[in-house]
Design a protein around this ligand. Structure first.
Ligand SMILES: *Cc1c(COP(=O)(O)O)cnc(C)c1O
Length: 384
């Protein structure tokens, strides 16, 4: 009954133009940070409508450098959702500051503005909302809180390249928008990330911090415009993107709307197929907003059905379907419990989701047969 080959979760669609561009890059002899990275930055800032875009080697690096550029460090607190990937909180820790968790809303899974409000102290310097699964966070409420308390906003847009909130693009509300081109994300460069901002000083600082803290980047240093000395102005990091990565990204970005449309079709087919199962479907897209359709998450209705979430995961892998869990809330992981004394019971909504959530494959690469295999496997998991 089940498919012969394993359907890899979040497998990216790679097409011939990016393969050719990577080969071209290798043959050019310029594989480091150079003209292709510059082009990806230009294309990306045009897509998002931001003044500046700086390409880096991950979204984690983008978050880290945004926090540093905002002047946040030891003694400062930054509010992040507990329902997110570890990188959101770890970037705060890498900057020497303390992540303060907030609960999420049960339906949207996005950070709860009321809980942000409760967590603000005189040490709070910033909020990092995550546009969860591609659904825009409640940016009106979050920006109002930030304004009232004079906080920076750094948007974690790892799931949200195409997301819009009330007609405005995700990543352009806050001081910084941070994006990921990791292999499972909506468009990929292998590893890769981007920061967008409208603040020239922030953009320059991030560029310098991302390449050893040197005052000029390698492209200018080795160009034919004449030798230039550099000065080290910070103890910087090695976070630059290279042209081999950007070679993939340029073509991926040119197909972003096509891929979005395909994932939207799959999303709608899943919604239709699962509407009578003992699951909670993803919450509907908010009016005037755009979902990026990054993750399709089902919540197993454990009150109505005997199987646990973990049994469901096993039943899916037995049927050769790759699945994910996004996420077990951060406050349930040993590091954050040990270091910040969080415990079970602290964030009821995030825990409720953590115990029920499963993500099933959603990628532009899925064929109609793949989608049918996923649907059949989900139905089998409840009926066997
Ligand atoms: C993937 C992800 C990141 C990290 O992205 P990288 O590019 O892998 O560093 C950060 N936040 C969230 C919510 C993510 O899903």
């Amino acid at each position: 009954m089940s498919r012969k080959d394993f359907l890899v979760f979040g497998s990216p669609k790679i097409e011939q133009p990016e393969i050719d561009e990577v080969v071209d890059c290798l043959k050019s002899g310029w594989i480091g940070t150079g003209p292709k990275v510059h082009q990806l930055e230009q294309d990306f800032k045009q897509y998002k409508g931001s003044k500046y875009a700086v390409a880096l080697n991950s979204c984690t690096a983008a978050l880290h450098l945004s926090i540093l550029a905002a002047g946040i460090g030891p003694g400062d607190e930054v509010i992040v959702p507990t329902m997110t990937f570890a990188a959101t909180a770890n970037a705060v820790i890498h900057a020497g500051a303390t992540p303060i968790f907030a609960d999420c809303q049960k339906d949207t899974m996005n950070i709860d503005p009321d809980d942000i409000q409760r967590k603000i102290t005189n040490k709070t310097k910033a909020i990092i909302p995550v546009h969860f699964a591609g659904a825009a966070a409640d940016m009106d409420a979050i920006m109002a809180i930030a304004k009232k308390h004079n906080l920076k906003v750094i948007e974690d847009c790892a799931h949200a390249i195409e997301t819009e909130y009330r007609g405005r693009k995700a990543g352009t509300f806050g001081d910084f928008g941070c994006f990921s081109f990791y292999v499972t994300k909506n468009i990929v460069t292998g590893e890769g990330g981007m920061v967008i901002t409208d603040n020239e000083e922030y953009a320059n600082q991030i560029k310098i911090l991302g390449l050893h803290g040197m005052s000029r980047d390698a492209w200018e240093r080795f160009s034919d415009k004449g030798f230039k000395h550099y000065q080290v102005v910070y103890a910087g990091f090695k976070y630059n993107m290279m042209d081999m990565q950007a070679a993939i990204g340029i073509h991926q970005l040119s197909r972003i709307e096509k891929y979005w449309l395909r994932r939207k079709q799959v999303w709608e087919k899943y919604n239709q197929a699962f509407k009578d199962l003992p699951v909670y479907l993803p919450s509907p897209v908010e009016p005037d907003s755009r979902h990026s359709y990054h993750l399709y998450t089902l919540l197993i209705d454990t009150d109505k059905v005997k199987i646990s979430r973990d049994e469901f995961l096993n039943k899916m892998t037995e049927q050769n379907i790759g699945i994910g869990v996004h996420y077990i809330a951060l406050h349930s992981h040993p590091f954050y419990q040990k270091t910040y004394l969080y415990k079970e019971g602290d964030f009821p909504n995030a825990e409720w989701i953590s115990n029920r959530t499963v993500s099933i494959p959603l990628s532009a690469k899925l064929s109609e047969d793949d989608v049918d295999d996923v649907i059949e496997a989900v139905q089998n998991a409840f009926h066997s």
